[in-house]
Design a protein. Structure first.
Lengths: 354, 354, 354
C-alpha cells in the first residue's frame, strides 16, 4: 500500500525537484490510463496536447510536468510535478507491477539438465525445460517451462527466457536479457550453394549468435546464427515480435526494431536506430547510427549518413520520398494541365488564340 | 457410412427445401474437390461460373444451387439442390471429418498441473503441458501437448489449444476458441521510455489479453498484453498465421485477419472487417465496421466511414487508389504527349505550324 | 587434423583438376571469412571483384578459381585452384563443421512415444518429445527435444527436426528433410464460410501436408494442411524463417523462398523459382518455372512464362517495373517541363514569342 507521499519519495530517487500539490496522505491502489483512472488511482499527462484531459480526469493522483497548469489540490485531486512525467510514471508502474512467476525457484523436477551444465545461484528452471551439455546459466536467471537450450549455450545473470524459447548450440546471451516465448535464436542461416542441375548444397552454418546485455526480444522472432563468425545484437537493443534477423547481421546498441521487420544476411545497423514494422532490408547493407526507417520501407542500398529519416520502396530520404508521394498524388492535376495545354495549342494553330 | 438420403436428412436440418435429383440409396464414402472426386464421393458447385465443370464431374453426388442446370439423374449421378451449396458442403465436410486426437482424455501423466488450478469436466491435458497456479479450464476443453499456461489463465468451455501454444499470466479465453500451435498470447507489449543517453527503460506491461467466444487463431501468431487494461479480440474474429496484434488493440466481432498482417499498438478495428495478408497499421488508429483492407496495404490514418474498401501504401479508398495506379501506368503516355506538345510549340515558334 | 594435401584429396572427389600452388604439408585448423582468416586457416575467393582482397589475405590456404591471378606460394600461402571455388569451400566447411548434438541416441526417458508408433534404426528422440499414435519415423532420423508429432505422421530417413517443431496429424515428410525450431506443419487452412449474420462457419480442413525429400524449412514457418487433398512442398525446395504457405499450395522442386514471404491458398509455384523476402501472393495463382520474384513484390496475377523476373506492387515484369520506377523518379522534371511549356504558350498568346 502506497500513499502519495510514498510515491513522491520514490520519484525523488530519480528526479529533483518533485513538487507535491494537494494531500500526500491519500492511499493509491494502482495505476490506470487517464481516461480509465478513478478514485485511488494514479495516472499521468506527459504532453501539452493532453492537458485538456486534466479537467475531467478522475484519478486521485496525476503525475505532470513542472509547468503543467494544475489547480491547488482543493478538488481532492493531487499532483506530482516532475521534469519527465512519462518516465516518472514508468517508475510508478514498476512499483505496482505484480511479480510475474515464470518458474518456481530451483530446478523443476521435470526439467532435463545435462550433468555438465553449470547453474549460478538463485536460478529457476521451469517444468520440462531442457538444458544441454556444457551450458552455463548465470545468477538469478529464469528459464521458463518447455524452453530448450541446446549444448554449449551461455546465459548471463538476471535474464528471463519465457516458455518455449529455443537457443541453438553455441548461443551466447549477456546479462539482464529478456526473451519472449516462441523465439528461436541461432537457427541455421539460409545459405545454399546453387548447383548446375538447379539443386542446392547446404552451406554448413558454423558461426553463432551473441546477444549483449539489456536486450529484449519479443515473441516468435528468429535470429539466425552466422555462417562463420557471429550474428550480434548489441547492448540495449529492443526487438519486437515476428522479426527476422538473418545470419551475420549486427544490430547496434539501443536500436529498436518493430514487429515483422526483416533484416537480410550480413546487414550492419548502427546505434540508436528506429526501424518500423514490416520494413525489409536487402543483404550486405550498412545503416548509419540514429537512422530512422519508416514502417514498410524497402531498403535496397546503404545509408551511411547518420541521423537520416528514410522511407518508401525503394527507400530514400524522407524529404525526397514525401515529395515523390506528393507528385504522385498530383498526377491527376498534371494530366489535366497537359490536356489544357494541348487544347490551347490546338486553338493557336486554328488561329483562335485561347 | 452415409447414403445420399442420409446427407439429404442432414442438410434438411439447415435448409428448406433440399431437392434430391437421382438415386438416394447410393453410399457416399467421402468428400473431394470437384476435379478430383470420383465414384462414391460427394462434391459441390456453388458458383455459376463453375457450372461448366458439371458435365465432366465424376462425383456420385453433387451439391448445387436450387437453380443449377442439372440432369435427371439418369446418368447415375445424383444432385442435392439447396439455397447455399457452399455452406451445405461445409456441413457435409464436418460429418466426414475424422476425429482429430490432440490429447488423450484426462490429464497426461507427464503434464504439470499446479495444485491450485481448477479443471472442468471432460478436460484433456496433453503430454508435458504446463498449467500454472490458479488457472481455470472449462468443460470439454483440450490442451495440447507441450502447451504452457502461465499463472492465472482462464479458459472457457469447448476450447482447443493445439500443441506448443503459450498463454502468459492473466490471459482470459472464452468458449469454443481454437488456438493453433506456436501462437503466443499475452507477451509483453513493446513499450520502452527513451532516456537522454539513447537507452530505454522498459515500461511494465501490466494489462492482459481477452479472447472472446468463437475466435480462431492460427499458428505462430502473437497477441500482446495491454500496457494497462486489456487487448481484446472480440467474439467470432478469425486470425490467420503469423499475425501480430500489439498491446491495447481491439479487434471487432467477426473480423477476419489474413496471414502476416501487423496491427500496431492501440488500434481499434471494427466489426466484420476483412484485412488482407501483410497489411500493416500505424498505432492508435480507428477502423470502422465492415472495412475491407487489401493485402499489403499500409494504413497510416483512421478510416471512420463504415464499409469502405481501402488499398495502397499509404492506404486510401479503393477508387482513389485504383485511379492513382492507372495514372502511374499512364506515365509513359503522358510523357510522350508532353514531348509532342513541346515539339509543336517549337514548330509554332519557328513559324512552321504543326 | 587436415593438411592442405588432405583438402586437395577431398576436393578431388568433386572436381578435376584441383591445382595446388605452394606447400601441401601445412596443417589447416579451420575455415574463416577472408577478412578474418589468419595463419592455419582456409578461406576462399569465388568472384573476380574480390581478387583485390587476395594480396592482403592472411589465410594459409585460399581456394580460388582456376584462372585466379595468384603467386607461386613463396610467401608461405598456398592455393587450391578449382572450377567452382564457392562449392569447393562448402565441402571444406562440411568437413570442419562440428557434430551438432540435437538429441542423444535412442529415445529419451522423458519422451512420450505412443505404443503404436514405429521407429526405424538409429533414431534419436529428444527429451519431452511427443510421438503420436501410428507415427512412423525412418532410419537415422533425429527428433529434437519438445517437438510434437500428432497422430499418423510419417517421417522418412535421415531427417532432422529441431526442438519445438509441431507436425499435425497426417503430415508426411520424405528423406533428408531438415525442419528448424518453432515451425508448424499441417495446421488448419484458413477457411470459413460466411453466414448472413456476418459470422463464419469453420470449414473442416481434411487434407494433409506432404514435404518431399531434401527440403529444408527454417524457424517459425507455417505450412497449412489442405482443405481437401494435399499441400505439397516438392523435392529440394528451401524455405526460410517466418514464411507462410497456405492450404493447398504446391511449391515446386528446388524453389527457394526467403523469409517472411506469404503464399495464399491454392497457389502453384513452379520449379527453381526464387522468391524474395516479404513477397506476397494472392490466392489461386500459377507461377511458371524459374520465375524470379523480387523482395516485397505483391503478386496479384499468374505469370505463366518461364524464367521471368518480376517485381513491384502489383508485380509486373522487371523491365516494365524498373521503367515505371524511373518514370516516377522523373515526375519532378516532367512537372517542370509542363510548367515551362505553359509559360511559352502564354508568351505566344501575348505575342512575345519565347
Amino acid at each position: 500500500m502506497m500513499t502519495i507521499q510514498d510515491i513522491k519519495s520514490l520519484l525523488e530517487q530519480f528526479f529533483h525537484p518533485v513538487e507535491l500539490v494537494g494531500d500526500g496522505g491519500v492511499v493509491i491502489t494502482g495505476p490506470a490510463k487517464i481516461e480509465d483512472a478513478g478514485s485511488g488511482q494514479v495516472s499521468f499527462v506527459a504532453n501539452e496536447k493532453y492537458y485538456r484531459f486534466l479537467g475531467d480526469a478522475k484519478a486521485s493522483l496525476l503525475i505532470v510536468h513542472l509547468d503543467a497548469p494544475v489547480g491547488d489540490g482543493s478538488d481532492g485531486r493531487s499532483f506530482l510535478k516532475v521534469k519527465d512525467p512519462y518516465t516518472a510514471f514508468v517508475f510508478v508502474l514498476q512499483k505496482f507491477a505484480g511479480e510475474r512467476r515464470i518458474a518456481a525457484p530451483g530446478v523443476a523436477a521435470s526439467a532435463s539438465v545435462a550433468p555438465t551444465a553449470r547453474l549460478g545461484r538463485n536460478v529457476s528452471i521451469g517444468e520440462h525445460a531442457v538444458i544441454g551439455e556444457r551450458c552455463t546459466i548465470g545468477d538469478d536467471t529464469v528459464i521458463g517451462p518447455n524452453t530448450v537450450l541446446m549444448h554449449d549455450v551461455k546465459i548471463g545473470n538476471g535474464c528471463v527466457l519465457y516458455p518455449q524459447v529455443t537457443c541453438y548450440d553455441g548461443t551466447v546471451i549477456g546479462d539482464r536479457v529478456i526473451v519472449h516465448s516462441g523465439t528461436v535464436i541461432g537457427a541455421d542461416g539460409f545459405g545454399f550453394a546453387p548447383q548446375k542441375d538447379g539443386s542446392y548444397i547446404k552451406i554448413p552454418q558454423m558461426g553463432t549468435v551473441q546477444i549483449e546485455d539489456d536486450v529484449e526480444i519479443g515473441a516468435n522472432t528468429t535470429i539466425d546464427r552466422a555462417t562463420m563468425g557471429k550474428t550480434v545484437v548489441c547492448k540495449g537493443a529492443k526487438i519486437d515480435n515476428l522479426v527476422q534477423i538473418a545470419h551475420n547481421c549486427r544490430i547496434g546498441e539501443d536500436t529498436v526494431i518493430a514487429s515483422q521487420a526483416g533484416i537480410s544476411g550480413s546487414v550492419k545497423i548502427g546505434r540508436q536506430c528506429l526501424i518500423g514494422g514490416q520494413a525489409g532490408f536487402a543483404g550486405h547493407l550498412e545503416i548509419a547510427d540514429r537512422t530512422s526507417i519508416a514502417a514498410k520501407a524497402g531498403i535496397s542500398k546503404s545509408f551511411t549518413e547518420p541521423g537520416l529519416a528514410i522511407r518508401g520502396v525503394p527507400a530514400q530520404p524522407m524529404r525526397d520520398q514525401l515529395r515523390q508521394e506528393a507528385q504522385i498524388r498530383g498526377l491527376g492535376a498534371l494530366k489535366e494541365k497537359v490536356d489544357e495545354l494541348e487544347a490551347r495549342i490546338k486553338a493557336i494553330l486554328e488561329g483562335r488564340g485561347a
